[in-house]
Every structure is written in C-alpha cells, then in structure tokens.
Design a protein around this ligand. Structure first.
Ligand SMILES: [Zn+2]
Length: 299
C-alpha cells in the first residue's frame, strides 16, 4: 500500500449521472436490520434487559414481515443491510427476505463502529459478517453499509479485497460516484452510494431509555413531510434519494403507513428509477466514471 501523500486536493465528484432507460433520477430504499446487536455493541450488559431486547427484536419479529408485505404490494425491491449477528439470531426471517427477491448486503457483525479499529480488527469483522450471511442465507453480498455509517480510510481497500462492488456510508454528495481506495496511481475504486442523517429514521424515532441517549419519538407525518421534500428535490435535480429505515423503528404501524405513502409518491414521480442499491451501483460502475480521491486531511 502506498504512503498517504498528505495531499489537500479533494477531487470533485463526476456529475450529473446518466440514469438508465430514460430515467431522470434514482431512489433506493435501504432497510438496516439492526436488532439486539445494535444495543449489545453499545452496552453488552443490556442483554440482561428483556424489555430493551424485546424493543430491538420487534424489527425482525414484527417489522420485517410487514415491510415485506408492503414492498410486495407495491412491487418494489429494496436492499436489506444485515449484521451477521442478526442473520444468526433470525435465520428464517433473513431467508424470507432473500426468497422475496430483495438484495441482502453487509452491515457488520455485531453492528460495530469501525472508528479506531486496526486493519486486522476491521478485516475480522468484515469476514465474520460475510461468513454469517453465507451460512444463514447462502448470500455473498456486493454491498456494504458501515454500522453507524462509521468507516475508516482503509474500509474501501478491505471491501475491494473481498469483492465488494459498493459502499453506502459516506455523506459528501447526493449522487453516487466512484471512490478511489487511496490516492495515487494504480488505486482501485468502489462505487459509493451516499447517505444522509436527514434521510434516516433513527433521528426521527429512536427512543430507548438509557441505551441510545435522549432519543425522540416524532410524528410519522413530520418524517414523511421532510422525506417527501427531499425526494421531490432529488427528483428535480436528477439526484439519488437513498432512504435508510430500520424495521425495529419504522416497522411500527403508523410509521409504516407513512412509508407506504412515500413509496406511492416515488411511484408517481415520472422518470424516477426506484431500485435496490446493488442495481444502482452496477449502473454507476457501467458509466466508467473517473474515481474521486478523498485524502485524509492533514493538520
Ligand atoms: Zn445499523
């Protein structure tokens, strides 16, 4: 691996992206299958709290079956980012997701944030997650979303070494792009499908006392209003609207109704391509974009 040259120059992303089949904008629905793991990684002792565990179990036990029904009713395919621990704890649910034709992508093992990990530690988490998805569902994912969207400057290289096509954890654009694994000649690139905190249901609905901080419980109509506003602007600008939802949060009835309304709006927008993140990444790869470089800032 080349030395980090310490450049300050950040390459601008290519754009606008040409979408396939006459589409003028894109959208993707990502369901992050965080379960007990997201609590255990914050506080392992939370495993003794049955109510907190049951709150986390709601997503796989109750939310995902409803989400699958909703997506089937609207003939929508989505991406399910699954921690290895979730796969092992709820194998039948994950296999239902697979059998419904949705994309399954990697989301860590115990929902570990990668910040501060050594290369070996980060690689071990990736491999443990891959092994779990393979063992439970026979899936070799092409996509990765970092737990807590917390990646490192070595994540892209580790993903490329394992055959991944895309990552969906960064926030510097609202268009997909190719990210160089490092500055310098000969670097490979990975497709990046950017995300945004404002397009995540965690900030709207996550309330688990003593586990996730203060937390909020917003009106689903408020979240729907905000996301609809972002969606219509993404559509107007030819961008890619990437929504992140958690079945343990958005699988609740009123919130799922709001999500259904958002899907109906997506399907009413002319020229909006609604597809799993993997399909979007494969299209972006076909565009042969010049990879952008994002060197680590020097101070
Ligand atoms: Zn997550």
């Amino acid at each position: 691996m080349a030395e980090d040259p310490g450049l300050h120059d950040v390459t601008l992303p290519a754009g606008p992206v040409a979408w396939p089949g006459g589409a003028t904008a894109a959208a993707t629905l990502g369901f992050d299958l965080d379960s007990e793991d997201v609590a255990l990684t914050v506080d392992p002792e939370s495993r003794h709290r049955l109510s907190a565990m049951s709150h986390q179990a709601y997503g796989m036990l109750t939310g995902v079956p409803r989400v699958l029904d909703l997506l089937a009713r609207h003939d929508v395919r989505a991406t399910f980012f699954c921690p290895g621990y979730t796969a092992e704890r709820y194998p039948d649910v994950l296999r239902r997701v697979r059998d419904a034709g949705h994309e399954i992508a990697h989301h860590g093992y115990l929902h570990e944030a990668m910040a501060g990990m050594t290369r070996e530690q980060e690689a071990a988490v990736l491999d443990r997650g891959l092994e779990a998805l393979d063992r439970v569902a026979g899936v070799r994912p092409v996509g990765y979303r970092a737990p807590m969207w917390e990646t490192t400057y070595q994540t892209a290289e580790l993903l490329l070494d394992r055959g991944f096509l895309y990552d969906s954890s960064l926030m510097d654009s609202d268009l997909p792009y190719e990210l160089a694994e490092r500055p310098g000649d000969g670097a490979r690139s990975i497709v990046e499908i950017p995300v945004a905190w404002a397009l995540d249901d965690w900030e709207q609905f996550a309330f688990v006392p003593e586990l996730f901080g203060p937390g909020v419980i917003e009106d689903p109509e408020k979240a729907l209003s905000m996301w609809t506003g972002e969606l219509t602007e993404a559509h107007r600008h030819g961008s890619c609207f990437a929504l992140t939802v958690h079945p343990f949060l958005s699988g609740r009835l009123g919130r799922l109704r709001a999500l259904e309304t958002l899907i109906e709006t997506m399907q009413s927008l002319p020229g909006l391509w609604l597809a799993p993140a993997g399909d979007i990444a494969r299209h972006v790869r076909s565009l042969d974009l010049t990879p952008r470089v994002f060197p680590r800032p020097e101070i």
